[in-house]
Write a protein that binds this ligand. Structure first.
Ligand code: HEC
Ligand code: HEC
Ligand code: HEC
Ligand code: HEC
Length: 149
């Protein structure tokens, strides 16, 4: 055996031992139980409280709005996209009110001019399009094709 291997082999053995020792400390317990992921994470996520309720849940009390929205271009957008998580409001509708988005930047999240974005959603230049007013002074958020003025 060449003399340099006599040093290298034990050195590698030490590295492999250190690697295995570190691995046994660092890899979470349930990793690999059902696949290449930490199996316990499923149980942990199941315990988290749900904050979004889904559009169907709004239908119980606001079916008029849902039907109204079906007739216009925002029909594909869920209520909670604009009004935020709704579970707390559904549990206590009189004391907990959902968010009402008012600012221009909010509508701009989907509509602000951005050359890299698909033109399927109409874009306006927030710095030029009727800058002195909020979008909802003119556009009805539930019926975007209808103008308030
Ligand atoms: C159990 C009945 C109930 C359900 C379900 C419900 N709401 Fe309401 N909501 C109410 C009541 C009652 C009010 C207060 C009266 C009103 O403004 O119509 C209200 C008011 C609102 C308001 C106006 C708040 C304000 O400040 O004026 C918004 C926005 C709203 N709800 C959105 C939602 C959304 C989104 C959902 C579905 C995630 C939802 N609601 C589900 C009963 C409900
Ligand atoms: C594109 C964003 C958007 C979506 C989607 C949306 N809303 Fe709204 N909603 C608003 C805005 C903005 C206002 C405030 C309107 C105003 O002050 O003129 C509002 C107001 C309301 C109000 C208060 C009453 C009123 O007209 O002022 C209720 C109730 C409501 N929305 C329910 C819903 C429900 C239920 C859905 C789903 C079917 C929904 N909204 C979807 C943006 C949205
Ligand atoms: C989650 C993304 C999203 C948000 C937030 C949103 N919109 Fe829209 N909007 C759409 C989509 C999708 C359409 C349908 C495609 C289109 O016509 O541009 C649409 C259509 C429209 C149209 C009709 C455009 C046309 O074809 O003439 C107007 C006006 C409009 N939205 C205004 C608003 C206003 C005002 C707000 C804020 C209250 C808002 N939108 C918030 C996604 C969004
Ligand atoms: C003073 C009233 C007024 C305000 C405020 C306003 N708009 Fe408009 N918007 C209009 C009118 C009128 C049109 C149709 C003529 C045009 O295209 O300019 C329009 C058209 C649009 C269109 C369709 C553009 C297209 O390519 O067909 C979108 C999307 C839109 N507005 C979004 C917004 C958003 C988002 C805001 C807030 C940042 C806003 N608007 C504020 C009056 C207004």
């Amino acid at each position: 055996m060449p003399p340099q291997l006599k040093r290298l082999i034990p050195l590698f053995a030490i590295f492999i031992f250190l690697f295995l020792a570190a691995r046994s400390f660092l890899v979470p317990k349930s990793f690999g139980e059902q696949g290449h992921y930490r199996f316990n994470s499923i149980a942990e996520n199941k315990e988290k409280a749900m904050i979004y309720a889904g559009k169907e849940a709004c239908d119980d009390c606001h079916s008029d709005r849902i039907q109204e929205m079906e007739t216009d271009l925002h029909k594909g957008i869920s209520c909670e996209t604009c009004h935020g998580p709704g579970s707390a409001h559904i549990a206590n509708p009189d004391s907990i009110k959902p968010m009402i988005p008012k600012g221009r930047d909010f509508c701009g999240m989907c509509h602000s001019l951005n050359p890299s974005r698909s033109k399927l959603v109409h874009q306006v230049d927030l710095k030029e399009h009727n800058v002195t007013e909020n979008c909802i002074e003119c556009h009805n958020p539930h019926l975007p094709c209808q103008m308030k003025k």
